[in-house]
Design a protein around this ligand. Structure first.
Ligand code: NAD
Length: 357
């Protein structure tokens, strides 16, 4: 189990794992393999977890959208599986651009009220990027902002898209950011915003963050404008290593890809969608249609997401074992996928990790 950092207060963690071990000694996890490269990278996770004797039983679930009363919905069995297991590992799901069904990723986040999206980003030893030692963590509000899906045509050629910010969702994610900061021992939280322009919406997010900060005297708090953060983080990311960044939805989406770029790309960055009852773990990247089906995908991001999942479930020992094998394989640099300038196929890279378990 994880310990709280020295000097941290004993605030109850917002999100706990409520799942139970079955009579066979295994935990069941809902598995959404997803689209594009999803099945290929999910296979690597399954192979590595099996080789490491991880006490996980996968329950594959289908998220092919169905129409119900004119609305796109996720199949009931899928919802029930995640409700039952309390935890899911998810591959990427493609969303049609500008038309077609609503984003199933958003539907899942809303259905399970997965209010905080945690996106850590750490440099990989052995893989050279302009900055070594990047170790950022960003928490993105996951349920509203520009992602609220409230859009309409005003007149031909004019559309309106509503950015929704509520005190409730802002408070929930900011509180989680402070609790997470205490949990991982980075005792500084920075709210990232644009309240100079969006005085009301981002203003509410910022004032809520300031108010929540008062409940966490052991954690330092400050705030920064999003454009300023973008400039500074690509100029020198190291000052961000000791902080937890918390921000509205769209800023988190964009800034986390910026951070991914700093360490070698989207093949490396994991995430956790945290809710009070259920949590879903997934890579930051999408379905990568340009390389799907070719065995070229880097499964590291999904693997590191599955390690975040193991930690969330209290399976620290297994998490450390697999994580160590991944980082050793990457550091050795002999069996890397194309995005990391290697020539290994997805399964060869997974095999190299297995050989180090
Ligand atoms: P993408 O993340 O799928 O791909 C961007 C680039 O990164 C591509 O060149 C791709 O080849 C590369 N890449 C991504 N993951 C990689 C990996 N694991 N290994 C090696 N290279 C990798 O972004 P996109 O092309 O903008 O989106 C494709 C689809 O994915 C869209 O339908 C989008 O809606 C969806 N999407 C889903 C999620 C999700 O499920 N959470 C997130 C982002 C995008």
């Amino acid at each position: 189990t994880r310990t709280y950092a020295a000097g941290a207060s004993t605030h109850e963690k917002v999100a706990k794992f409520h799942g139970k071990k079955g009579s066979d000694g295994l935990y069941t996890v809902s598995l959404i393999e997803g689209d594009g490269i999803g099945p290929e990278i999910a296979q690597s996770v399954k192979d590595i977890f099996k080789a490491a004797n991880t006490p996980i039983k996968w329950e594959p679930v289908d998220v092919t959208p169905r129409l119900k009363d004119g609305k796109t919905v996720i199949p009931d069995e899928t919802i029930e599986s995640i409700e039952r297991n309390k935890v899911a590992l998810k591959g990427p799901l493609a969303t049609p651009i500008g038309k077609g069904h609503v984003s199933l990723n958003l539907t899942l986040r809303r259905t399970f009220n997965l209010f905080a999206n945690v996106r850590p980003c750490r440099s990989i030893a052995g893989f050279k990027t302009p900055y070594d030692g990047v170790d950022t963590v960003l928490i993105r509000e996951n349920t509203e902002g520009e992602y609220s899906g409230i859009e309409h045509v005003v007149v031909d050629g004019v559309v309106q898209s509503i950015k929704l910010i509520t005190r409730e969702a802002s408070e929930r994610v900011c509180k989680y950011a402070f609790q997470y900061a205490e949990e991982i021992g980075k005792l500084k939280v920075r709210a990232v915003h644009k309240a100079t322009i969006m005085k009301m919406s981002d203003g509410l997010f910022l004032s809520t963050a300031q108010r929540v900060a008062k409940d966490f005297p052991a954690v330092e708090f400050d705030a920064e404008l999003i454009d300023n953060t973008c400039l500074k983080i690509v100029t020198d990311p190291t000052p961000y290593n000791d902080k937890v960044l918390v921000m509205p939805n769209l800023y988190g989406d964009i800034l986390s890809d910026t951070c991914a770029g700093l360490i070698g790309g989207l093949g490396l960055t994991p995430s956790a969608n945290i809710g009070d009852e259920c949590s879903i773990f997934e890579a930051v990247h999408g379905s990568a249609p340009d390389i799907a089906g070719k065995g070229l995908a880097n499964p590291t991001a999904l693997l590191l997401s599955s390690i975040m999942m193991l930690r969330h479930m209290g399976l620290e020992e297994q998490a450390v074992r697999i994580e160590k094998a991944i980082f050793e394989t990457l550091a050795e640099g002999k069996t890397l996928t194309g995005d990391l300038h290697g020539t290994a196929k997805t399964h060869e890279y997974a095999g190299a990790i297995i050989s180090r378990l």
